[in-house]
Design a protein around this ligand. Structure first.
Ligand code: PMP
Length: 393
């Protein structure tokens, strides 16, 4: 028998499980709206022009030596400016430090491991619902977790009162995980006024805000606007933590480029001490691409335009989906389709309706009813609306 004969099968990842079913479906019109990856209006993956240009500039100009444990310094500096703003006092006064990470997942995991090591009794407050992997990340780092109210099914919008109440009743000095923009899976973000209020209450309670920013630019199309929550918190004097990912907004999914920013102090040395035995140092190629794009005014402009192009296409698909649903006579409210923002639409479809979409209409999405709007095209939106209408009427 194998040395590992006693190891049980791990449960299937819900999203990868959908992809498997999708691949096995032989219908030519099948649709995969499960994975959170951007597609063109022709349904194809895309490499941004700014990235292709950066690749050309990099080609042949660098060796393949290791990066330091904390990654490429220029990348970290440009990255934190993108999130915190060029004028950020915390950067000017060297009050923050950043390290390059294995994309957003790696940032979150490093933060979670750090918490386990230096705040072993802490509990992380996670929005309900959230990206499923958040739960796994903090679970595997052995950090206790609990949730705070975020989404209100009855309005398919923010449960602002519930959220404020949960922030107020959490023990002072609690650790809160917040999505900076384009909340996954709900597509529901607080308004600027609500962020200000959240910030004020968190400050009063002495909570620690940790922003997971996996979609800067993907919500509104404007990278500056999408960073407003972080900047409101900084203006209010919070000492926050921030995770950035370039998977979606620069389309660097498989390159694993991310950045973790925190208060400058012994924390930086300890983050490196955690990274060293885990992966030694981060990959170099993607960080060079981001550095080339963000470090060049022209390429950065081009990138801003291209992010806006992606966000606008998604917003347009939301409009079309709603128009189509209303046009074929659905009497249900579909305003949330256009009210929500970012890559996902939290449709309100039940798990049974999602199953029916897969079995009868060859349309695949997660069972919580989350539709990846980035996978919808002007060629498929009509069929999606018809199928959604059929399973909801
Ligand atoms: N946080 C959230 C909220 C996400 O949706 C994602 C991507 N699905 C990530 C983090 C991390 O993604 P990656 O590791 O690919 O950067």
């Amino acid at each position: 028998a194998s040395f590992w004969a006693k190891v049980p099968q791990a449960p299937k990842d819900p999203i990868l499980g959908i992809t498997e079913k999708f691949l096995a479906d032989e219908d030519p019109c099948k649709m995969n709206l499960g994975v959170g990856a951007y597609r063109t209006d022709q349904g194809k993956p895309v490499v941004l022009d700014c990235v292709r240009e950066a690749e050309k500039r990099i080609a042949g100009n660098f060796n393949m030596e290791y990066l330091p444990i904390g990654g490429l310094k220029e990348f970290n500096d440009l990255s934190v400016k993108l999130a915190y703003g060029d004028e950020c006092a915390a950067i000017a006064e060297a009050r923050v430090a950043s390290i390059q990470t294995l994309s957003g997942t790696g940032s979150c995991r490093l933060m979670a491991d750090f918490m386990h090591k230096f705040a072993p009794d802490a509990t992380v407050y996670i929005p309900s619902p959230t990206w499923a992997n958040h739960h796994n990340i903090w679970r595997d780092a052995n950090v206790a977790q609990t949730s705070f109210r975020y989404y209100k099914p009855s309005t398919r919008g923010l449960d602002f009162e519930g959220m404020i109440e949960d922030i107020q009743t959490a023990p002072s000095g609690s650790f809160f995980l917040l999505h900076a923009c384009a909340h996954n899976p709900t597509g529901v973000d607080p308004t600027s006024e609500q962020w200000s209020e959240i910030s004020a209450v968190m400050k009063e309670k002495g909570h620690f805000p940790f922003f997971d920013m996996a979609y800067q630019g993907f919500a509104s199309g404007d990278c500056v606007h999408d960073a407003r929550a972080i900047r409101i918190f900084l203006d209010d004097g919070h000492q926050l933590g921030c995770s950035q990912s370039y998977a979606k907004n620069m389309g660097l999914y498989g390159q694993r480029v991310g950045c973790l920013t925190f208060e400058a102090s012994a924390v930086e040395s300890q983050m490196k001490a955690i990274a060293r035995p885990m992966y030694s140092n981060p990959p170099v190629y993607g960080a060079r691409i981001v550095t080339t794009v963000l470090g060049d005014e022209e390429l950065k402009e081009l990138w801003y335009k291209e992010v806006k192009g992606m966000a606008d296409r998604i917003i347009h698909m939301r409009t079309l989906l709603r128009e189509n649903l209303e046009g074929i006579g659905s009497s249900l409210p579909w305003n949330h389709v256009t009210d929500q923002i970012g890559m996902f639409c939290f449709s309100g479809l039940t798990p049974e309706q999602v199953d029916e979409l897969a079995n009868d209409h060859h349309i695949y999405m997660t069972r919580n009813g989350r539709i990846s709007m980035a996978g919808v095209t002007s060629g498929t939106v009509g069929r999606l609306a018809e199928a959604m209408h059929k399973v909801t009427s």
